[in-house]
Design a protein around this ligand. Sequence first.
Ligand SMILES: Cc1cc2nc3c(=O)[nH]c(=O)nc-3n(C[C@H](O)[C@H](O)[C@H](O)COP(=O)(O)OP(=O)(O)OC[C@H]3O[C@@H](n4cnc5c(N)ncnc54)[C@H](O)[C@@H]3O)c2cc1C
Length: 337
Amino acid sequence: MNIIIIGSGIAGVTFAEKLRQLSDANITLLTTETHGYYSRPMLSRGFSNEEIETAIIIKPFNALREQNIQVIENITVSAIDRDKRCVYVPDKQDNKAFSYDKLIIATGSSAFIPPPFLPYQEHFCLFNSLRDLIQLRAARATILQNKQVPEWAIIGGGLIGCEIASDLAVAGDKVSIFHAMDRLMERQLIEEDSAALLSVMQDQKVDVKFNQLIESITPAQDKVCIEVAGDHFRFNKVIVACGFKPRIKLAKDAGLETNRGIRVNHYLQTSDEHIYALGDVAELPDNKLYAYVLPIRKQALWLAGFLSGQETQEWQVPEFNPKAKVHGFVAAHPYTF
Ligand SMILES: Cc1cc2nc3c(=O)[nH]c(=O)nc-3n(C[C@H](O)[C@H](O)[C@H](O)COP(=O)(O)OP(=O)(O)OC[C@H]3O[C@@H](n4cnc5c(N)ncnc54)[C@H](O)[C@@H]3O)c2cc1C
């Protein structure tokens, strides 16, 4: 049995390792990554932790290869051929095909860019992967070498925006948050906790601006200029942190049913019986994406058990309660997700 997995995040790697324990299938993991399997939640400590670039690696790819999981890194799967049951990877002039009996799509999510920001894309950064973090850390190091305090704008006062802003501030940088709404993390926190979070951020000297409708993001000599209601603000770097977008293109192009994510049934099976989806990219029949590490890990373990005949009951959503990793903040009430 040939199992192909696309993606080496927690979904793809947890599934591969568990299936390896349970079966002697040929397992091949195809991924764009080059640094190994790393912890995405730890990206939020990317500036205050000096050792982050090594500390964040959970497992080098060779550790998976030692378990007899074939890992092909630094490649992007470009298409799925459902009739021939293979996926394609561009290879010099030609496409290389990998055949599957079962295909697991675990392609995760990219950062969401609000459509009005698209024309300014080359002037701002995103914060979604270890590659993004390495680039931002290098840019920050250059500013520090020039004996300047780095000045950052974070667009978005949601969970990720608040985590990055707090971490940069704790690392000693000047940070402003531009939030479209009138309170922080309004989707996850009740008003009282949003107010407590604001107070923590202000103690860290983060300048939080509410009700901000960004009009443009343009270069200004060696800085980046944000325009809001006719006012102009300049920063070394601007990070757009406005949520996430499941990577559904491969599935959509192959004619699988998609909505915000790839639609799966309670057995994590897509509209093609030979293809499953896991993690940030999978949309369950309740129309929800369970884009947090605990439910994703459970999905991956469950699917490995199911495909090796050890699980027969459908996947159940586990209890989970992730929390914002803003330095010094503890919410008094449960989060909403
Ligand atoms: C900054 C940050 C902080 C977070 N903090 C928390 C937290 O505290 N708690 C929590 O529960 N969750 C947190 N999350 C969310 C959590 O990290 C994600 O839900 C989880 O990592 C998603 O795992 P995944 O395996 O589905 O996808 P990903 O981790 O996105 O992995 C997908 C993989 O697929 C690869 N890929 C994509 N397309 C292709 C292709 N065509 N060909 C080959 N490879 C491809 C990508 O390179 C990537 O390696 C955080 C996320 C971020 C960004």
